[in-house]
Design a protein around this ligand. Structure first.
Ligand code: CDP
Length: 199
């Protein structure tokens, strides 16, 4: 059976950690789709060509987790041709035998509208900036908060595949949850949906 979990949400809401834990718990393959956009953003030249020719080495760059790469990703992510070039790869990954969890911004709305479970993981901008600041070790908290807000505005305001919860997404606000609590809640929600689906 191929079981697909879509996890979307804004920067630093906890999507990545939750997705990895969900993949391990349910034995699913995991794709962090933000990495694709980060790799495109960090490549030289035309971003559309970069997306069309993206290869495994591009995804292995050590600087893809930097704030600079996140910023570059959100700039190229507004280009419809970039999104189109990355779509098929994500859909094939989602349909793989054994099931998959994909995390990003448009998984439940565009990439996998028929996903078995859709989670929208969110948290206040202040909490997300504090988390990003603690993990990045660059810039100041005020700068990071400004970047988080700018990225939210760009991601939610773009015309093509804007960041928003799918109508049938379950909302998980992690503002006042520890990461363990957030993971436990996500796994409980997913297990309930999976059990209902096999019944
Ligand atoms: O880890 P974080 O949430 O900060 O970012 P990310 O998931 O690595 O995504 C970086 C940027 O890529 C986002 O701000 C989006 O602009 C873009 N992105 C997207 O447009 N669609 C996706 N499915 C994933 C990322």
């Amino acid at each position: 059976m191929s079981f697909c979990v879509a996890i979307d949400g804004p920067a630093a809401a906890g999507k990545g950690t939750i997705s990895r834990a969900v993949a391990a718990q349910f034995g699913l393959a995991h794709l962090d789709t933000g990495l694709l956009y980060r790799a495109v953003g960090m490549k030289d030249g035309d971003p559309v060509v970069a997306a069309q020719t993206l290869c495994t080495e591009d995804l292995a760059r050590p600087d893809l987790r930097s704030l600079t790469a996140g910023e570059a990703a959100s700039r190229v992510a507004v280009i419809p041709e970039v999104r189109a070039a990355l779509l098929e790869f994500q859909r094939r990954f989602a349909a793989r035998e054994g099931g998959a969890v994909l995390d990003g911004r448009d998984i439940g709305t565009v990439i996998c509208p028929d996903a078995d479970v859709k989670l929208f993981v969110t948290a206040s901008a202040e909490v997300r900036a504090a988390r990003r600041f603690a993990e990045a070790g660059e810039g100041s908290l005020a700068e990071v908060l400004e970047q988080v807000r700018a990225r939210d505005a760009r991601d939610t305001g773009r015309a093509d595949a804007p960041l928003r919860p799918a109508e049938d997404a379950l909302i998980l606000d992690t503002s006042s949850l520890s990461i363990d609590e957030a993971v436990t809640r996500a796994c409980t929600l997913i297990a309930a949906r999976r059990d209902a689906a096999v019944r």
